[in-house]
Design a protein around this ligand. Sequence first.
Ligand code: GLC
Length: 687
Amino acid sequence: MIRKYTYGHPFLTDAVVRKIQEETGKPVYLEETEETDQLLFTYRMKETDLVYGLGESVRGINKRGWIYESYCTDESHHHENTSALYAAHNFLIIKGAQTFGIFIDYPGKVTFDIGYTYMDQLQIIVEDKNLDLYVIEAQSLREIVREFRELIGRSYIPPKWAFGYQQSRWGYKNETDIRKIAAEHRENHLPLDSIYLDIDYMERYKDFTIDKERFQDFSSLVKEMKEQHIHLVPIIDAGVKIEPGYFMYEEGVKNGYFCKDANGEEFVAGVWPGKVHFPDFLSSEVRQWFGNQYAILLDMGIEGFWNDMNEPAIFYAQDRLEQVLEKAGRFQGENLDIDKFFGFQSMVGNLCNNREDHKKFYHETEIGKVRHDKIHNLYGYNMTRAAGAAFDRLRPDKRILMFSRSSYIGMHRYGGIWTGDNKSWWQHMLLNLKMMPSLNMVGILYTGADIGGFSQNTTEDLLMRWIQAAMFFPLMRNHSEMHSREQEICRFMHVKEFRNFLEIRYGMIPYIYSEYMKAALSNDMYVQPLAFVYPEDKFVQQVEDQLMVGESLMIAPICEQNATGRYVYLPEEMAMIRFRSLHDYDVEILFKGHHYVQAGLYEMLVFLRPDKILLLGEGGEAVQEIKTEKIKAIAYVKEGASYNWYDDDGESKDYENPENYSRLTVDIDGSWAYQGKELKTFVIEKL
Ligand code: GLC
């Protein structure tokens, strides 16, 4: 059951797709306090209450004990003390004496103080009095999520190739670099489905242009790569370079498509190309215009994009820069003592992503002019919506890969996200793991972190463990920045072992894809905390580094350097499969309870639930080469196992076709039956 409470005149975010009748009166569960210019919702938590949610955010699966801010922020240096990340996902579930979900549909800043100020209090502070509050009740945690997801609409579905391994680096500068990366993977038989184009493919960082010197024949390169079953995926940035003669700039200015300052002049900020204007993505006309530009690259054969810097990230606001430069001159010849030096440092430091600058520009909306900070969290969402809606117009029958850095609830209908700039830290690998179920709760299923870490220097073992940890994560992209140690697999000693794990990934894709699609099509979670699947088990509530993936598996990655094993908790008897390669694995049946399990650096553990099935295809070097006519089904049969297998062509949008589903059952004696459109042969491995 969903209850909606409306305060004042909320800005229409389009997060929600279902109409709910408003309640009159005060909200259930929450105490509401009105302050001068904000609303405060309070809930007294019992000591044993758990809090889930908040999508992309720091810390644990259980969010208790910290203060989080929903205010999309370019925060590449995040750690456990950070409050705001790139996205804003205002959804929480409280589990305890009373169990319910909350969604605060407000596009400006919201603070979630979950036992930070007072350990027993949840305080939600909304910086405005115009918002929609939804309270969701259901039989179970999973049902609360389903109800919520029905409210916000179906999750984005990428093409199947986007489940393959993807290679990226900010630093691939030209055709030669791209060909080299492709060749290194293909020559070493390392499965690969795409290579990313970071900002250097553009002409001086101008969206929808191509640097002709570095990429002399872009369309031919796209084609050449596709012949090797590799997709090129270009980046698109939010800011449009100010440059007379540049079509985006000219058209944008002529039609008034950019955000304006209080005087009605285009707001000027600095990002990669230097001075830029920000398209006013809150206007449907601007979205249509910007979205149509993706056709330039689609027409050259491109089938996927990533949208970046769309919080929006601001290196400097032009007016602030001028003031700082002017003030900086005054320091000339000064003896910079403690106060002056720190004053100088903070003056320069405050140039970048200064929230005060969000108060300097406006959006034209259906309700008139709105100041950016009031709707800040909708900016990246609407950039990606512009792209998603354009793909539906430009390529109605084809799936296009799209994921964004910034997001708000609702954006999950148009694309996935990656979790922004992380570091080559074991801690960030663990954070990647913990964020996955929270992201699934808010509908973001196509997601992953920069594997190996974006900035700072990775190590071979970190990359190896991260690939194992991200084995089942839909977006599996190795991405790093130019100042860090190169981290393509070929830079390291154990290429063969890396290959083994990529082959396992491709072998798992029939299962991964099937589970992803079923979750997306039924508003369910693909990755879940253990507590969602075993609600009666009192131990699982504490488990933060193991996850359920789809209906058959539990994973327990090793997230610690030099560890050759780990403790693991099994909420029921399971078959532990220790993979060394797709064909080399051993199996142990482990009873319910606590275990210490071994897994050396070149071993990966997967736990198979009783009477469930894991499908294993025979991987090629690209997703389209995976063979599923003859497929292995591993089952730990106690009473009889079954599996509902979803599969389709991975490109078109005929999702609802019942023929996409088939059913495999395995009996206690190992005999099997299959019902499906196509003939398949199964090699059953009964554990
Ligand atoms: C941002 C992105 C990162 C990208 C870089 C250069 O930092 O988060 O992924 O490589 O910009 O475009």
